[in-house]
Design a protein around this ligand. Structure first.
Ligand SMILES: Cc1ncc(COP(=O)(O)O)c(C=O)c1O
Length: 391
C-alpha cells in the first residue's frame, strides 16, 4: 500500500475542503499510534473495558455435523456485542489526542453507532450518529441503546434511507466542522487514511487468532471465513495471515434474495470498480456509473461498496469473494442457535451459512475459523418475522 492505494483501489477522491482534515488525520495517526503512551492506553481499554482477548471457541457440535474442525472467534463477546468497539476505541482515543471535541459517524446495524457513543463517553467526546430512517426502524433496539448512552441520532431521509445515504450525509457534515469534529469511520471504507486506520485497529482480532490457534492446535488454520461489507471484521481477522499462503481466506457478502442487481448486496458478483465515498472500490452501479442501492436483510451488510483493500485482495485472488442468500442466512441462524446455543447477528450468520452450504470448499482434516463478528439481539424481531411471520 502506498499513498492509500491498494493496486488500482483506494485514494482520496474528496472535495478540496476535506483534504486538510484527511492529511491532518493521516499525520496524527502516523505520529500518535506508534507511541508507547497510545499503545498502553489503547490496549488497556481493549482489555479492561472491552473484554479482550475474546475467546477462540471450539464449536464441537457444529464440527461434528460438518465433518471438520470449526472454531468461532467470539467477537460477539466484546463489550457492545460486536467487533466494532476495537476500531471505535482506537479512533476516539486518537481524536481526543488530536484535540477534537465531538465525534460524528454513520451506522446501519447500529453496532458501530453503539460502539462510537461508548468510546466517545469514555474519551469525553460528544457523539452524533447519522442513520438512515429504514435502518432506524429495523434496528430499533440499538437506537434505544445509543440514545440511552447520550448520542444524538440524526435520521437520514435522503435516498433509500440506508447506510450509503447516511455516509454521504456524514461526509457532508464533516466538511463543515472538521476543525472540532472527528468522523469516526466505522469500516475499512472512505478516503485514505480511513481504510488503513480501521484495518490497523481491527487487526487485534487476527493477532489474537494466530496466538490462540497455536495454543490450541499447534498450527495455523486452513481457512478463515468472515462476513463483510466494507471489510473491517474480515481485514481485522485476515491481516496477520495475508502472507501465510497456506491459509485460505473467504469473504462472504450479502447475496440478498438472488443475484439480480435489485435484490442483492453482492458487489463482488454484480459490481465493478468506481469511486464511492472518496475512494475507488468495487461497487454496485448502473451503466451510467450511478451507485445503485444494495439489498439484503442484514442492515450491516447493506452497502453497495467493498473497501479498497478487500477489493484488491479479492482481485489478486488472495481472498475468495463469496456470498450467502437471505434464506441460507436465516437457516444458519437456526442451526447455530440449536447446535451451539448462540444467537448470531444476521451479518455474522452469512459466514456460518457459507460454511454450511459449501462443503466442497473444506476437507475433513481442515481447521476452519469463523469470525463470529456479533450477537443477534438486535435482529431478534427480523428473525422471528422471517420464520413465523409475527413477533
Ligand atoms: C455484527 C456485524 N458484522 C459485520 C458487519 C459488517 O461490517 P464490516 O464489513 O465492516 O465488518 C457489521 C456492520 O454493521 C456488523 O454489525
Amino acid at each position: 500500500m502506498e499513498n492509500g492505494k491498494f493496486g488500482k483501489y483506494g485514494g482520496m477522491f474528496v472535495s478540496e475542503v476535506l483534504i486538510h482534515a484527511l492529511l491532518e488525520l493521516d499525520e496524527a495517526f502516523k505520529k500518535i499510534y506508534p507511541t508507547d503512551e497510545f499503545q498502553k492506553e489503547f490496549h488497556e481499554l481493549l482489555k479492561d473495558y472491552g473484554g479482550r482477548p475474546t475467546p477462540l471457541y471450539y464449536a464441537k457440535n457444529f464440527s461434528k455435523l460438518v465433518g471438520f474442525k470449526v472454531y468461532l472467534k467470539r467477537e460477539d463477546l466484546l463489550c457492545g456485542g460486536s467487533h466494532k468497539l476495537n476500531n471505535a476505541l482506537g479512533q476516539a482515543l486518537l481524536a481526543k489526542k488530536m484535540g477534537k471535541k465531538r465525534l460524528i459517524t454513520e451506522t446501519a446495524a447500529g453496532q458501530h453507532g453503539l460502539a462510537t457513543v461508548m468510546a466517545g463517553n469514555i474519551c469525553g467526546l460528544k457523539t452524533e450518529i447519522f442513520m438512515g430512517i429504514k435502518d432506524i426502524e429495523r434496528q430499533a433496539l440499538n437506537v434505544k441503546k445509543m440514545e440511552l448512552l447520550g448520542a444524538k441520532i440524526k435520521p437520514i431521509k435522503t435516498g433509500a434511507g440506508v447506510l450509503k445515504d447516511a455516509v454521504s450525509e456524514t461526509l457532508r457534515e464533516w466538511a463543515a466542522c472538521s476543525r472540532t469534529t472527528h468522523y469516526l469511520m466505522g469500516s475499512t471504507v472512505g478516503p485514505h487514511p480511513f481504510p488503513t486506520i480501521v484495518a490497523t485497529f481491527q487487526s487485534v482480532i487476527g493477532n489474537e487468532i494466530k496466538k490462540q490457534i497455536f495454543e490450541k492446535e499447534g498450527r495455523l488454520p486452513n481457512a478463515i471465513v468472515c462476513c463483510g461489507s466494507g471489510g473491517s471484521n474480515a481485514l481485522g481477522a485476515f491481516k496477520p495471515f495475508i502472507n501465510e499462503h497456506g491459509v485460505r481466506l473467504y469473504f462472504v457478502e450479502g447475496g440478498g434474495e438472488n443475484l439480480n442487481a435489485e435484490n442483492s448486496a453482492a458487489a463482488f458478483q454484480i459490481g465493478s470498480p468506481c469511486v464511492l465515498h472518496g475512494s475507488i472500490m468495487q461497487a454496485i452501479q448502473d451503466k451510467w456509473g450511478q451507485i445503485k442501492p444494495s439489498k439484503t436483510r442484514a442492515a450491516g451488510l447493506n452497502y453497495p461498496g467493498r473497501g479498497p483493500e478487500i477489493s484488491y485482495l479479492c482481485e489478486i485472488g488472495r481472498v475468495k469473494a463469496c456470498y450467502a442468500f437471505d434464506h441460507e442466512v436465516f437457516n444458519a441462524v437456526k442451526f447455530i442457535c440449536k447446535t451451539e446455543g448462540l444467537i448470531p447477528a444476521l451479518e455474522t450468520a452469512h459466514a456460518v451459512a457459507f460454511v454450511l452450504n459449501h462443503p466442497e470448499e473444506f476437507h475433513s482434516d481442515d481447521i476452519v475459523i469463523i469470525n463470529f463478528s456479533g450477537r443477534g439481539d438486535k435482529d431478534i424481531e427480523t428473525i422471528l418475522r422471517f420464520f413465523y411471520g409475527f413477533n
